[in-house]
Design a protein around this ligand. Structure first.
Ligand code: 6PG
Length: 250
């Protein structure tokens, strides 16, 4: 459990790519498959470009990889605000992914609640089919909002106290876009084998400071939603560029 600082966002993205490619290679060698939940926001964009590069393709057979989204905005899939659209444009459409292994939140359903229920069923079916009794995704990618949210777990949101469900609908926070969300919950995130947060930019200096304090204490005392991300028995990395880490420097 650590915050690792990099001189710039490019180096943080490069490190995130190395972690993902290593974990993918290991998982595929061991189990013949690898699972990763992608995230939205601007922070992972460069990471997706690196993963889509020809060099990355040499490490991983992407057709064996199951892709999920750790959160989604409840908007049509061709909407510019869709997290899936961004991941698809920058990564999924550029690699030899197997379409049957791309698990999308169905925002065509009648409500965010219905989409969350369907997504949870999709995950549970995946765990059963892959005999994954521990219900562990290999990697869950996350970002950090300037209000301390992660995935679509916003301050004050009911989804923060979820203890059973893996996926729920959540109300938008104060930050744009003001649309309903479908989000992974802490029970699912915290049992992943690797949780990987990527954070860049000066506007994150405040929330990164709170996060670094939160990590020193019990997660129940965390002031920010992101501070409640704890790996149960896997690994947790927050990769942060220098601009975002400026307030935690000694
Ligand atoms: C979303 C996200 C969200 C994001 C953070 C950071 O749907 O908005 O998944 O949790 O990761 O808000 O976003 P930036 O990288 O754009 O700062």
């Amino acid at each position: 459990m650590s915050i690792q600082t990099f001189p710039n966002a490019e180096e943080a993205a490069a490190r995130a790519a190395v972690i993902i490619l290593e974990r993918a290679k290991e998982a595929i060698a061991k189990n013949g498959t690898f699972s990763i939940a992608l995230t939205g926001g601007s922070s992972p964009k460069r990471l997706y470009e690196i993963l889509a590069s020809p060099e990355s393709r040499e490490f991983v057979d992407w057709s064996l990889v199951h892709f999920f989204m750790s959160d989604e905005r409840f908007v049509p899939v061709d909407d510019e605000r869709s997290n899936f659209k961004q991941a698809n444009d920058l990564l999924l459409s550029k690699i030899s992914a197997d379409h049957n292994k791309i698990h999308r939140v169905l925002t065509t359903l009648e409500s965010a609640e219905a989409a969350a229920d369907a997504y949870e069923q999709d995950l549970l079916s995946f765990f059963v089919a892959s005999r994954n009794e521990a219900k562990q995704l290999d990697v869950v990618l996350l970002g950090l909002g300037s209000d301390g949210h992660t995935a679509s777990l916003f301050p004050g949101n009911d989804a923060l106290s979820e203890t059973e469900r893996f996926v729920v609908a959540s109300e938008p926070g104060e930050l744009p876009p003001p649309v309903q969300r479908v989000t992974f919950t802490f029970p699912l995130i915290n049992q992943a084998k690797t949780v990987l947060g990527i954070i860049a930019g000066e506007d994150k200096a405040g929330p990164v400071r709170v996060l670094s304090d939160d990590l020193k204490f019990d997660s129940n005392k965390a002031l920010s939603p992101a501070g409640r991300v704890r790996s149960k028995d896997g690994e947790l990395f927050w990769l942060v560029d220098e601009a975002a880490a400026q307030n935690i420097k000694k």
